[in-house]
Design a protein around this ligand. Structure first.
Ligand code: HEC
Length: 168
């Protein structure tokens, strides 16, 4: 019985050794010269992953945060939101990023995300710190989205102006 246990332990250790991080079969070669980046099956998939995990939908897609990501369907993502963000800056609305991407070349998009500054709560410091790879991946994902690009989000309101509550 004791022998069997030892044999099993040895087999387990052998299997564990085969899964070490340095093992070639488990290593993805990534060129980090241009900064870290998300690696996926394609740039579009990487962009989709970044959008889905970096909060863009929370403010740029109506209902998304309130429904735990269940609504609306992906075809509606990033079309801008009428949900108001009110603070000392007045009221801002998550802009329609489908229209922004359509109006800018990929290089202009990278420049916008690298230098952007506007009303809160847009997390510019975080977005500016993304690598150019990831900024390009987001752009390629947005440009790959099919169908109607939707309407512009409402214009921001000055401090003191009462926003109209969204009806959705
Ligand atoms: C907490 C809310 C919030 C999150 C999260 C957020 N945004 Fe925004 N974003 C905004 C708001 C609000 C504006 C509009 C600010 C204004 O009107 O000045 C904006 C504006 C922008 C703009 C400028 C668009 C234009 O046409 O000028 C870009 C680009 C942008 N966001 C990209 C992103 C990306 C990419 C992500 C995800 C990585 C993201 N945002 C996450 C709230 C957010």
């Amino acid at each position: 019985m004791r022998t069997a246990t030892i044999a099993l332990g040895a087999a387990f250790l052998t299997a564990l050794a085969a899964c070490q991080p340095g093992d070639a079969a488990n290593t993805v070669e990534v060129d980090l010269a241009g900064g870290p980046r998300v690696v996926a099956a394609s740039d579009i998939e990487a962009g989709r992953y970044i959008v889905a995990t970096s909060g863009c939908n929370d403010c740029h897609t109506p209902m998304y945060a309130r429904t735990g990501g269940a609504q609306p369907p992906e075809a509606e993502w990033l079309k801008g939101s009428p949900e108001p963000h009110t603070g000392p800056w007045g009221t801002s609305y998550g802009k329609n990023l489908r229209l922004t991407a359509a109006a800018n070349s990929e290089d202009e998009w990278v420049e916008l995300l690298s230098t952007g500054s506007s009303l809160p709560p847009m997390p510019w410091p975080s977005v500016r710190n993304m690598s150019d790879y990831d900024k390009r991946a987001i752009y390629r994902y947005i440009k790959s989205m099919k169908g109607d690009r939707g309407q512009p989000a409402p214009d921001p309101l000055p401090a003191g102006a009462a926003p109209v509550a969204p009806t959705d």
